[in-house]
Design a protein around this ligand. Sequence first.
Ligand code: GLU
Length: 445
Amino acid sequence: MTSLVRFAPSPTGLLHVGNARTAMLNALFAKKDGGKFLLRIDDTDRERSKPEYEAAILTDMAWLGITHDLFARQSERSAHYDAAAARLMASGHLYPAYETPEELDRKRKRQIAMKRPPVYDRSSLKLSADDRARLEAEGRKPHWRFRLSHTRVRWHDLLRGEVEIDTANLSDPVLIREDGSYLYTLPSVVDDVALAVTHIIRGEDHVTNTAAQIEIFAALGAAIPAFAHFPLLIGAGGEALSKRLGSLSLASLRDDGVEPLALASYLAKTGTADPVDLKPSLEVLAAEFAFEKIGRAPARFDPAELSTLNAKLLHGLSYDTAAPRLAALGIPGGAAFWEAVKPNLTRFADAVDLWRLVDGPVTPVIEDAGLTQTAAALLPEEPWGEETWPAWTKAVSAAAGVKGRALYHPLRLALTGLEHGPELKKLLPLIGHAKSLSRLNGETA
Ligand code: GLU
């Protein structure tokens, strides 16, 4: 049977690296398994779901290189949820509950004060038809809870091994709000059944949900998919990632110059037994994917490790790949420029500043006027190549009687205005005779 995984973000904010990791692990598993990928927009929360967040999700997924084979939007599927809810009501699995949020809160506080777990006491389940009619006459509208079996639910988690949860320790989950809208729990199961999802791969914050959802699958007479719950990605300081953490959104990483394949490699490898390293494609990442490699401790998001992968990617980028991107940045520099500057890039857009070193204007810094004058006088005629720099600096060294840093540092400062930068033997021919001469003479050029 062909496997089907799903990534099911709620369009209530921008995707962050943690969400992206969920998407990535699903995508890699599907690729390796020859399966398909469903992108499901979990937009049952009408107030918080926004079309612009859905659009951002699609942009982010395309940027990451994850394509979907199937697409679904929960807001368009309510007929399926209504049908399932009707079945669960008819079978007695779904019951109306009338407590207000304040009443529930009071109950919870009382239970906590008595050192009891704050589990819903099922008071509403004990109501007679008359009680319910009276409450409804008072203007109360019910919300609907799923009646858990209070047995031990077991599953073989592809990551955690045997898991057992006694649903007697859980509150009967609310599936339908007072206003008739659905919470996440039921639509998710209904869609997983209807679209024939075979593997649910998600963060371990969903382990408890899984126990309740397995009971819902069973109550609907559906086959139970396989589950894999991985430890969450946490912030560098150990904090949970949230959609409100703008800095770790894919959009802001993209703006910061993170390359999608660097991020994909990072997300695929962090928290696993494999070293965090750059890989050439999602196909290679998929071939190396295995649940067994994923560790049980939360993975910490390390921006420095991501930067390292990003730099490695840029340093290995061929001119053919770079050329259209250079053009898009308005950089006319060709292959020689690219080869000269790429080892210095941490972000692709750094090429803009590096192009300015070539094209100017550069305001030279004259550290040793005597030396730069000597150097100006000894500048050879063009044509220049990579051999120009060593030959010229050798002549300058002999004439001025300096070498090492005392020779190179003033020349770099004069030619580029900077302390550090690309290799001068590659840069000098690009700067050319006229601009080199001006800069050595202290003129902006
Ligand atoms: N919309 C849910 C979430 O973002 C999906 C969870 C799931 O994968 O079932 O948490």
